[in-house]
Design a protein around this ligand. Structure first.
Ligand code: ADP
Ligand code: TRP
Length: 324
């Protein structure tokens, strides 16, 4: 029984990369562990400044999680900004974080390289993420590979803080599904809400078909043997197919004579079928948005006392509580 925690940004519509790397592992872990799962809207505020869109994405992400099987009665499930202590801790941690540590962040450097004009929130993003994790004494943090460095930054901040003030924080560990690594988008780059290359979890049938048919493949003639391990289509196929089916396709690739169109049709059918039971539940939730809002509110109420307890300890340790 471990304390497991992870969050997801409501910066767009959730996709199958999010699902296999983070949402599915979290949902599977909820029964035998203490699960903390939340929608990180303060993080999304670094990139979204459209109030309706941020609110809409936040509710949608919550509905997606519940439709996919997260049980809000069993888990701690809330929206980040509903537990304000996280920003308090974030400030305290930022006063103990060297600029160099943040300047080395790949995710920050990649965004700058793409031409994004950074705000201060984007620069201090990893500190807020450290606050998310340390506030709740999380032991394991399920995330995709791209978040590995953020977890290392969290550990650095926590270790430094503990050295200064005593054993205040639990040092968390990343939990990265190695067999999944980075899931490619339909253009072959990392699938991401920011690259317009996603296959969303709750796509409508026509859009899903179109997107699957657009998955980029090489243009080798049909009869030529092909390498499954460098093929985006194969990488997506193996997420949905049974291992035996994947093995058969692997052999057909290596032998030659496989047509990508045929594989795409099969992949489309598998994705559509995989999410079918969840889709029905998702539609029900869509018609009861008020219920979702109250589930989230209750989730924050249930979880907040833990945050208050940590903040109290941190304030005592640092001298912010001045009556000793
Ligand atoms: P996005 O890049 O689409 O905005 P997020 O940064 O919100 O996704 O990621 C949410 C979770 O999903 C994180 O744990 C992240 O590591 C994981 N994730 C996102 N995209 C992928 C991908 N293409 N492959 C594997 N994991 C991913
Ligand atoms: N940075 C994470 C991402 O983009 C989201 C996140 C914010 C998170 N706070 C977290 C993930 C705490 C795990 C734990 O995916």
């Amino acid at each position: 029984m471990s304390r497991i925690l992870s969050g997801i940004q409501p910066s767009g519509t959730l996709h199958i990369g999010n699902y296999f790397a983070m949402m599915k592992p979290m949902i599977e872990l909820q029964y035998n562990n203490e699960l903390f799962c939340f929608i990180v809207n303060y993080h999304a505020l670094t990139s979204i400044h459209d109030p309706r869109l941020l609110a809409h994405n936040t509710l949608n992400a919550a509905m997606d999680f519940i439709a996919l099987g997260l049980d809000p009665d069993k888990a701690h499930f809330w929206v980040q900004a509903d537990i304000p202590e996280v920003t308090e801790l974030s400030w305290i941690l930022s006063c103990h974080t060297g600029m160099g540590l943040l300047e080395r962040s790949h995710s920050y450097k990649d965004k700058i390289a793409k031409g994004i004009i950074p705000n201060a929130g984007l620069f201090t993003y990893p500190v807020l993420m450290a606050a998310d994790i340390l506030l709740f004494n999380a032991e394991l943090v399920p995330v995709g590979k791209d978040q590995k460095q953020h977890l290392e930054i969290t550990r650095d901040i926590a270790q430094h803080f503990n050295q200064m003030y005593g054993e205040i924080f639990v040092i968390p560990e990343a939990m990265i599904p190695e067999d999944i690594a980075v899931i490619p988008g339909i253009d072959g780059q990392k699938m991401s809400k920011s690259y317009n290359n996603t296959i969303n979890i709750f796509e409508d049938e026509t859009t899903l078909k179109k997107k699957v048919m657009r998955i980029v493949t090489d243009s080798q003639p049909l009869e030529v043997p092909k390498n499954p391990d460098t093929c985006n289509l194969f990488a997506l196929y193996k997420l949905f197919a049974e291992p035996e089916k994947t093995q058969i396709l692997r052999e057909r690739y290596l032998k030659g004579g496989i047509g990508y169109g045929e594989v795409k049709k099969e992949l489309f059918a598998m994705i559509w079928e995989y999410f079918a039971p969840f889709r029905a539940k998702r539609e029900l939730l869509e018609n009861n948005k008020h219920d979702i809002a109250s589930i989230l509110k209750k989730g924050a109420e249930k979880t907040r006392p833990l945050a208050i307890e940590t903040i109290k300890r941190v304030k005592e340790a640092t001298g912010l509580k001045y009556l000793i």
